[in-house]
Design a binder for this molecule. Structure first.
Ligand code: TXD
Length: 319
């Protein structure tokens, strides 16, 4: 069977890590694309030289020409600029919207049948703009944020309860920003809901609230430490999990920035919700019962995303 083809648009910190992970996992042949000449080619050559050590024969190439992404099965987009200390994700909008226009047109013209995972920030607006510019079906364009945010939430919860991350399933809804909605009620340790663990005295509400807040500012915490950029190992790992769900038709329910039409009281925008991801892309949006607090918090997140879309339309009148 012919190998799948993975195109990575953006060969920076996340792009290079995506390529390394995809190669190690044997997901398919890899094309690293970037506008900077030499970077995708250099990283591709370096990564290819892992092959003899790891034993993978996948072809890894670098390119500055969109024609080379032709026929890609999965495209993961990290093109754009990342945050520096003191910057919010929303501060990136002006620059990255123009990047999404170029990337969207490149995908439209060369790989319209791909499943596209957008990672570029501000994520909820950039995935919407990328879908608009590319013209691909809404179920074939999604955003990666919730898998990362819930991984951060799960990591902190596993630490708090002194348990294996294997047994922690956590739930984050809403946008990839300060308004994201970690949902302890739907977060469990091997099926035991977090609120029950608090009642059992294994933590306190205050400590869980602090973990929720630390999850919300998880990206900023790393930007402040790194000073030169933002997180890239866990974002790349999260993007790869979504790509695998599509490539292997896993029907995973993953927190995903998906196009919502009607569910959760949302109509016509991308927001982080539980989505079944399989060979059909975003196959189904799973609508769960939310308590009043989670509903209100989700609405705040949706309103914040709507403001970003207004800003996008103010910059690019074709949107
Ligand atoms: O959870 C999430 N979605 C976030 C997303 C988690 C972490 C980082 N998040 C965002 O991903 C971050 O705010 C950035 O917007 C993207 C990529 O982050 P990364 O750390 O990979 O940024 P880099 O290292 O600066 O890489 C960006 C690359 C760089 O090589 C540029 O030359 C390239 O993008 N770039 C372009 N490639 C193609 N086309 C265009 N126009 C272009 N402009 C820049």
């Amino acid at each position: 069977m012919a190998r799948k083809k993975i195109a990575l648009i953006g060969a920076g910190n996340i792009g290079g890590t995506l390529a390394h992970l995809a190669a190690l996992k044997g997901l398919g042949d890899i094309v690293l694309f970037d506008v900077v000449e030499g970077v995708p080619q250099g990283k591709a050559l370096d990564l290819s030289q892992c092959g003899p050590v790891e034993g993978f024969d996948t072809k890894i190439t670098g390119s500055n020409d969109y024609a080379d992404i032709a026929g890609a099965d999965v495209i993961i987009v990290t093109a754009g600029v990342a945050r520096k200390p003191g910057m919010s994700r929303d501060d990136l909008l002006g620059i990255n919207l123009k990047v999404m226009k170029a990337v969207g047109e490149g995908i439209r013209d060369n790989a319209p049948d791909a499943f596209v995972i957008c990672i570029t920030n501000p994520l909820d607006a950039m995935v919407w703009a990328l879908r608009e510019f590319s013209g691909l079906p809404h179920n074939k364009v999604v955003g990666m944020a919730g898998v990362l945010d819930s991984a951060r939430f799960s990591h902190f919860l596993a630490d708090e309860f002194g348990v294996s991350v294997k047994d922690v399933n956590s739930f984050v809804l809403g946008g990839h920003g300060d308004t994201m909605v970690p949902v302890p009620q739907y977060s469990t340790v091997n099926g035991i809901p977090v609120p029950d663990l608090v009642k059992m005295g294994r933590s306190t509400q205050e400590r869980i609230d602090a973990i929720v807040q630390r999850t919300r500012s998880g990206g900023g915490e790393i930007v402040a430490l790194l000073k030169t950029g933002s997180a890239y190992y866990a974002p790349a790992t999260s993007g790869i999990a979504m790509a695998e769900a599509y490539l292997y038709d896993q029907k995973r329910i993953l927190p995903t920035a998906a196009y919502v039409e009607g569910k959760y009281g949302v109509d016509g925008l991308y927001v982080g919700v539980p989505v079944v991801i399989g060979a059909g892309g975003a196959e189904e949006i799973v609508e769960i019962e939310l308590d009043e607090t989670a509903k209100a918090n989700l609405q705040v997140s949706v309103d914040a995303v709507k403001e970003l879309l207004v800003a996008c339309k103010g910059i690019d009148s074709t949107l």
